[in-house]
Write a new protein. Structure first.
Length: 271
């Protein structure tokens, strides 16, 4: 009893274009959309859960998002690192494929989203963009798996992230909205604690920690056709879960063959 608490997130008005015009569902009805998973911090504060947990002596909170089942493997090791290092917040990360649609962590005082990283790198340094390190095959910038341990009442900074119809970046594919992200809570820590805020990340192998089911089959097939190796569909996530189980059993001493990339076959366009 009392182990599960459900809190309701409010929606915000949707915007139809770059001039921030309201998107209307009808003459008198404004279209609304969720405000983003960053609301979780304020909702925990608003519902009194933060104070309750503090009184109960709880010291650590783990935030999970529901598209990446493999991340469960890395929760306890990351908690151990957080305790040992005294982190106020710790992101779970994995080696990131160059150009992959997974948020990247770089030396920017904060993380950056995938759609912002390549343009940023293309305009700085050698101007090569988000390319793989030849020695590893991965991007030098690890991806965060969106799982965190860790004055403003939990209201994190908002941003807008429209999806454009084409490279002219003038028309939206669909209405957008102001949103916020759960993993941006370190910005509040830095604001309130300054240099005393201890923010870190812990990196694990991809097979152990990361295979999200976030894309439609069509989007995954399109990614594979372009040479992508992380389609992020329900089928690829399920396949990776089975392969992860093979690897864990092998490490535990079970005599069995582990599926490799060469063993994979295309099913509906997804390996």
């Amino acid at each position: 009893d009392g182990q599960i608490t459900i809190v309701k997130q409010d929606k915000v008005a949707a915007l139809s274009n770059g001039d921030a015009a309201l998107s209307m569902k009808s003459k008198w009805k404004i279209e609304t959309k969720p405000h983003g998973h960053g609301d979780v911090h304020h909702l925990l504060y608003r519902e009194g859960l933060v104070d309750q947990w503090h009184k109960e002596g709880k010291k650590h909170v783990i935030f999970l998002q529901d598209t990446n089942a493999l991340v469960i493997n890395s929760v306890l090791p990351t908690l151990g690192v957080s305790i040992e290092k005294g982190f106020h917040m710790n992101s779970i990360c994995i080696p990131r494929l160059a150009g992959e649609a997974a948020g990247a962590i770089a030396r920017l005082e904060h993380k950056t989203d995938p759609e912002k990283l390549d343009p940023l790198l293309s305009s700085q340094g050698d101007c090569k963009g988000d390319v793989a390190d030849p020695s590893t095959g991965y991007s030098p910038f690890p991806a965060y798996a969106k799982t965190l341990n860790g004055e403003d009442q939990g209201v994190v900074i908002e941003f807008v992230n429209p999806k454009y119809k084409d490279e002219t970046r003038t028309e939206f594919k669909k209405p957008t909205r102001l949103e916020c992200m759960m993993q941006d809570i370190p910005k509040l820590f830095q604001k309130e604690m300054g240099s005393n805020a201890k923010i870190g990340f812990t990196t694990f192998d991809r097979w152990f920690t990361f295979s999200p089911a976030k894309n439609s089959l069509d989007a995954g097939v399109e990614d594979v056709k372009k040479g992508g190796k992380a389609p992020g569909t329900m089928s690829s996530a399920e396949s990776d879960k089975y392969i992860q189980n093979q690897r864990k059993l092998k490490m535990a001493g079970v005599d069995l063959d582990v599926t490799t990339d060469d063993d994979l076959v295309l099913v509906s366009g997804i390996p």
